[in-house]
Design a protein around this ligand. Structure first.
Ligand code: BGC
Ligand code: BGC
Length: 625
């Protein structure tokens, strides 16, 4: 057989490559409905200015792809392949939104990576933005460092400390591939009956502005997009006005009276500070402004936030929030987007959303320019936060690292507020003969961490990997003292101990499920205190709760009282202060009411009925050390 000539060989090779090209092109065009990916697109050129990259990318996008970018879907409702097929802009884990398989940092990183990878394999390779709540560390993830909830940070009132907490939280999130966090909360809680009081820094716009901006700086310095929420007026809803159909909700998702003066003097300054700090996104609340759902307010979103405050990041709606503005999903989406919502936290039916919104645009119900503006805003953050560049493999050992736990311990100590110490029992000497410890929160890292920990509603028990309970911290630092523990306060010993510490308070809750018409120490804990009272000379009560509780009638029976808020995973931080290695320095970030009938509190810290609060905002005894 004669050998093929050089010409014949070349021709055969050419034919082969042509066939290969035809096959792959048809595969691509089948997948993208005949659309080819642009060749060497300018938007992938890192050297170009971001605004040019945005315009170039926008010019290649179909309407469906643009609308897909505007959708934020809960991971449980969509697979990575579907998210890629619909060009979905954001995926989120809600509270407790864990991976299907292994609920470990590795399992989380794999889950997030699957969405990321799928999004990068699409025609335009627009990376998906994965978001989660991380309001006290990356609380969803077992093994993460759990910092005190924001109200404790407000009590510590230390800008530099908040910035470091945000940085550590961002690093633990980034290690998982979560580059977008729904924090900081800038709400101003004026009614302790609300189930979200602990998520806020306090009710003083000044303190909240300073700490909120510090949080934004810290988080974004680590290349994670922060979210200022909830825009706007959250914390000033009227008791009983909740619009939720869940019966337990009494004030959450309720009505904020439309008050222009309060808007400007109270609610806006923290958001202005966050915008000035360069916050990448703002989340719109589930409350109403007067009769109107926030998500439908063109005035507040477009005129005030984007116009007056000059916000150039993107506005995201809250959980299902857009769908509450009208009776049909289509009409709701049209109104929300036209009012200025850029990304819609659906969080479920993405296919309906993309179909209805593209149709509404084609029929002129939403101007094309509004869609382009929304997509520009979303892409701007994706470019600015380096999503289009390749990412180094994450180092999971950073989750719950000793460096972060040491920081959480420091913050827990600084967040404590000493409310009473008539007999100067604090700090406790490590040579005390016997210290008795009781109460439901003494040996329970779940309770001391509160809601938004592992699960949306938090967890009950010592189930946080690597965490230290308050009792464990006390035992570790008690020196030569004998530490005895009985959760229910019933000690077998018949003698009287010098000191009793009752660690008591509330069970974890989140959002409207924590609305409570009479926030007080649980019955079980009141019984434990009563039992313990007779077996100790001096009684120290430590309150673990997400808000001030009504304790007016109980306090006279207690020798010392410490408000510990929800201190998080590091119980040693409490013991550091209890034994005097660190002084008490925290102050109340909001006034502490004496009675429920004083609610809501006024902005100046006075009460509704004019009687004095139990403790004013800013109160806190100091110990020297
Ligand atoms: C809450 C937000 C939270 C979102 C995602 C909503 O119900 O109001 O604060 O960021 O869920 O979990
Ligand atoms: C989610 C939360 C969300 C809430 C709203 C829960 O199932 O986990 O993140 O805020 O629903 O109702």
């Amino acid at each position: 057989m004669a050998l093929p000539s050089r010409h014949q060989l070349t021709a055969a090779l050419l034919l082969f490559f042509a066939a290969l090209a035809a096959i792959s092109l048809s595969a691509i065009s089948e997948k993208y409905d005949g659309l080819l990916p642009p060749l060497n697109p300018a938007y992938l050129d890192r050297a170009l200015p971001i605004e040019n990259r945005i315009e170039d990318l926008l010019s290649h996008m179909t309407l469906e792809e643009k609308v897909g970018q505007m959708a934020l879907v809960e991971h449980g409702s969509i697979s990575p392949d579907e998210a890629a097929r619909f060009s979905i802009g954001g995926i989120l884990s809600g509270g407790g939104g864990k991976p299907e398989g292994e609920n470990t940092p590795r399992g989380w990183a794999r889950m997030v990576a699957a969405y990321d990878k799928a999004s990068r394999s699409t025609r335009l390779k627009i990376p998906v933005l994965y978001g989660a709540d991380a309001n006290h560390g990356q609380g969803n993830v077992p093994g993460a460092t759990i910092f005190p909830h924001f109200l404790g940070l407000g009590a510590a009132n230390d800008e530099a400390l908040v910035e470091r907490v945000a940085q550590a939280t961002a690093r633990e999130s980034r290690a998982l591939g979560i580059l977008w966090i729904y924090s900081p909360t800038l709400d101003l809680p004026r009614d302790i009956r609300w189930g979200r009081v602990y998520e806020a820094f306090g009710d003083d716009p000044k303190r909240v502005s300073v700490l909120g901006a510090a949080f934004v700086h810290g988080m974004q310095k680590e290349q994670v997009v922060a979210t200022a929420k909830h825009y706007i007026g959250l914390g000033s809803m009227r008791w009983g006005s909740s619009t939720s159909d869940t019966p337990a909700y009494r004030i959450d998702q309720g009505n904020t009276p439309a008050d222009e003066a309060a808007l400007r003097q109270e609610y806006l300054p923290p958001f202005r500070a966050a915008v000035d700090a360069g916050v990448g996104s703002v989340m719109v609340g589930l409350n109403t402004w007067g009769p109107q759902k926030l998500s439908a307010s063109t005035y507040l979103i477009t005129d005030v936030l984007k116009g007056e405050l000059g916000f150039n990041g993107f506005v995201v709606s809250d959980w299902y929030g857009v769908y509450e503005v009208a009776t049909s999903t289509r009409e709701s989406a049209v109104r929300g987007i036209n009012a200025g919502i850029d990304m819609v936290m659906l969080p479920y039916d993405y296919d309906v959303f993309v179909r209805e919104v593209t149709d509404a645009v084609r029929r002129g119900e939403i101007p094309q320019s509004r869609i382009d503006d929304a997509v520009r805003r979303i892409l701007r953050q994706k470019f600015a936060f380096g999503l289009f560049e390749a990412r180094p493999a994450p180092d999971l050992s950073i989750l719950g690292s000793s460096e972060h736990r040491t920081l959480a311990r420091e913050v827990a100590g600084k967040s404590l507020v000493l409310l009473k110490d008539t007999s100067h029992v604090l700090p406790i000497a490590t040579t005390t003969r016997t210290i008795r410890v009781a109460g439901s929160a003494a040996d329970n890292t779940g309770l001391q961490s509160g809601g938004w920990t592992i699960e949306w509603q938090g967890v009950d028990g010592n189930v946080l990997p690597g965490a230290t309970s308050i009792l464990a911290g006390i035992k570790r630092q008690a020196g030569t003292s004998l530490v005895q523990y009985a959760k229910d306060g019933a000690f077998a010993e018949k003698d009287i101990a010098e000191i009793g510490i009752a660690v008591v308070g509330e069970k974890p809750y989140a959002e409207g499920l924590g609305d409570n018409e009479l926030p007080r120490i649980s019955r079980e804990d009141r019984q434990a205190i009563a039992r313990m009272r007779g077996s100790v000379q001096t009684l120290v009560v430590v309150i673990i709760a997400g808000r001030p509780l009504i304790v007016t009638d109980d306090i006279p029976n207690w020798d010392a009282v410490v408000m510990a808020w929800l201190p998080g995973s590091e119980g040693d931080g409490f013991a550091d202060v209890l034994f005097g290695h660190v002084p008490f320095t925290g102050t109340l970030p909001l006034p502490w009411p004496a009675r429920v009938r004083q609610l809501p509190m006024n902005p100046d810290g006075t009460t509704s009925n004019g009687s004095a609060p139990l403790f004013p905002r800013g109160y806190g005894l100091k110990t020297s050390q």
